[in-house]
Ligand binder design. Structure first.
Ligand SMILES: Cc1cc2nc3c(=O)[nH]c(=O)nc-3n(C[C@H](O)[C@H](O)[C@H](O)COP(=O)(O)O)c2cc1C
Length: 323
């Protein structure tokens, strides 16, 4: 079990926040396979304060989508204070503050990973988040800005001092982005430095990799990001691993196809036909990773805009791959 403030999770695996991916349909599919916790997509506090329609939609949920965390992006304490008038009404189970996003348009404005270079500013901001949030607060960091300035330990101590309930750390620097080696030692250093739970992220793509992450860093929990793309079964495997110590077999093609159809259905129900189908294109690629000779199907799928056509194409995979 993992405890973050008042939040308790039956096994220590969180669905990581993923911008452009973690919409309600995606979260519900992951939960149907046992994901014990999920985050919204990253929410810019500025857009939230302006009650931007798209942003309000991104934080909307349903009772089955619990426990749920929101992830915030900001560098402005006043806006943070204002945003909690809205956030607290939604009664999130956790509030995560992003000091990890490496995107140029984010960093340029002094947000996301830029805050790793200004630890006293980050501490002030985290204090504001903790002060206004009714839910436990966590912070998402990276190991540092670049190889020459790995400072996750120092950042974590500042964050703990500001009152956060756990540290989420992606074991790469801002400059590494999403590739290159995960720095297990830096995560281990954070774990040794603080007295709050540490949730580790980075290449958590299989039960074996996750076991390695826990064994080598001593982290209290893990966040699953790319490992969940087209692979909700990872949560079924993890649940069995943590509860019974055994590895579960991977799904067969039949099950993959059925889950694709359920995901597509949810996507259409939530977004409407046009957007639901368009949004599913990327998931089709992820679900069919490793399918031999899939390229012609992918080419077809990318041209499809109607729901019935996409359902039929997914169903036709059965004939192509089960024959
Ligand atoms: C498509 C995508 C979107 C992401 N968006 C966010 C985000 O909004 N907030 C965040 O903290 N991390 C985000 N991440 C980073 C992941 O949460 C995770 O820390 C990172 O991918 C490392 O884990 P992995 O190597 O297991 O994928 C994103 C990652 C991906 C692949």
């Amino acid at each position: 079990m993992l405890k973050i403030g008042s939040l308790k999770l039956e096994f220590p695996c969180l669905l990581a926040p993923m911008a452009g991916v973690s919409d309600l349909p995606f979260r519900l599919v992951m939960r149907s396979f046992g994901a014990p916790f999920a985050f919204t997509e990253m929410i810019d506090v500025n857009s939230l304060c302006h009650k931007d329609k798209r942003t309000i939609r991104m934080i909307s949920s349903i009772p089955e989508d619990r426990p749920l965390g929101i992830q915030l992006l900001s560098n402005d304490e006043e806006q943070i204070a204002k945003s909690f008038e809205i956030i607290n009404k939604y009664a999130f189970d956790l509030v995560d503050f992003n000091a990890a996003c490496p995107a140029a348009k984010v960093v340029r404005k002094g947000k996301g990973a830029a805050l790793l270079r200004d630890t006293s500013r980050l501490k002030k901001i985290l204090k504001a988040v903790v002060q206004h949030s009714e839910a436990p607060v966590t912070v998402k960091i990276r190991t540092g800005w670049d190889d020459g300035s790995v400072n996750a330990r120092e950042v974590s101590l500042y964050a703990e001092d500001a009152g956060v309930s756990a540290i989420c750390i992606h074991g790469r620097t801002k400059v590494q982005g999403y590739s290159g080696t995960v720095n297990y030692d830096a995560i281990k250093g954070v774990k040794h430095a603080v007295n709050i739970p540490v949730i580790a992220s980075g290449d958590n793509t299989s039960v074996l990799q996750i076991k390695r992450m826990i064994d080598e860093t001593g982290c209290d929990g893990v966040a699953i990001a790319r490992g969940a793309l087209g692979n909700p079964w990872i949560f079924r495997e993890l649940k069995r691993f943590f509860k019974e110590g055994i590895f579960y077999e991977t799904p067969n093609i039949d099950e993959r196809i059925d889950v694709m159809k359920i995901h597509l259905q949810q996507s259409i129900q939530y977004w409407g036909e046009k957007r639901g189908v368009a949004s599913f294109h990327k998931f089709f690629i992820w679900y069919t990773r490793g399918f031999r000779g899939i390229k012609p199907f992918r080419d077809i799928v990318f041209r499809i805009s109607r729901a019935d056509e996409l359902f039929n194409t997914i169903e036709s995979l059965k004939f192509a791959y089960l024959a």
